[in-house]
Design a protein. Structure first.
Length: 258
């Protein structure tokens, strides 16, 4: 996968040199280039922002440097394999399924906005020649798109073949199945008078799997009941529903599988 990141704070992306993403780059699984937007400015002050049309607080990122940057990184024409990803509080929620979608792409370009955001015409112009995803990490406000790109890239890169040691762990993990993780434990068997649940030391893998599923169901019902509505509910078997009903969690009839 080829990744380009455009930002006015390139040093914000230095964590991409570390750990598993750094190793994936060294192994050639991933090719990441970080670009300073100001290289596509031409005035002595290397200006990237200007006052908003219609008034209002703050400044807006100028279209011209972005236009030149995207022309350079994704020249109009046959190649067209790139997908533009723009973090924004006004974007669609970033999810594990979108992470899988992006992980299937040969080429991603990330545009990191700052100030009040990027002039909308930059995205409108780019969408004339490449798919554009405006995505949000969640309902809270950041200073800019850089940290969102770090989050999105981590979620995407760990799905690439050859990045995670045992790809099996991808199967069982949270959100892969739409349920939250069960609690995890390691040695010592008792810590500060807190014991590890006996069942986990029983060696009875059938009962352990059931215990973990029940914990996932109960946690999900308590913390993310939204995840148990709609299609996820249809994936629940009779035993699952009994576990939830015992806790008083109501599964709406409409969500019940036939
Ligand atoms: C990109 C500029 C700051 C946002 C005025 C504060 C994502 N989940 C998320 N929250 N915030 C962002 C995000 C914030 C950004 C930019 C993403 C570019 N800002 C702006 C509008 C209000 N300031 C985000 N993904």
């Amino acid at each position: 996968m080829k990744v380009d990141v455009v930002t006015i704070f390139p040093e914000y992306l230095s964590p991409l040199d570390l750990s598993l993403i750094g190793r994936a780059r060294a192994a050639g699984v991933l090719d990441v280039a970080v670009h300073d937007l100001r290289q596509w400015t031409h005035d002595v002050h290397r200006t990237v922002d200007d006052s908003p049309y219609g008034g209002g607080p703050g400044m807006v990122m100028r279209p011209e440097p972005w236009g030149e940057a995207l022309d350079a990184l994704a020249p109009p024409g046959p190649d067209g394999s790139a997908r533009l990803v723009v973090p924004s509080p006004a974007g669609v929620p970033f999810t594990q399924s979108l992470a899988h979608e992006l992980a299937a792409e040969p080429r991603l370009i990330f545009a990191c906005g700052r100030y009040e955001g990027i002039d909308q015409r930059v995205l409108d112009d780019a969408s004339r020649r490449m798919p554009v995803n405006e995505v949000s990490l969640g309902d809270y406000v950041l200073f800019g798109g850089e940290v969102a790109v770090l989050v999105i890239l981590e979620a995407v890169v760990r799905l690439l073949p050859g990045v995670l040691g045992n790809a099996d762990s991808l199967v069982e993990e949270s959100h892969a199945e739409g349920l939250l993780e069960a609690p995890v434990y390691t040695k010592p068997p008792t810590w500060r008078d807190l014991p590890v649940p006996e069942i986990l030391r029983s060696g009875d893998h059938g009962r352990i799997a059931r215990w973990r599923r029940d914990q996932s169901l109960l946690r999900t019902a308590r913390r993310r009941p939204d995840l148990l509505a709609g299609p996820a509910a249809a994936a629940l078997d009779r035993r699952d529903r009994d576990v939830l009903l015992d806790t008083g969690f109501q599964i709406s009839p409409g969500d019940m599988a036939e």
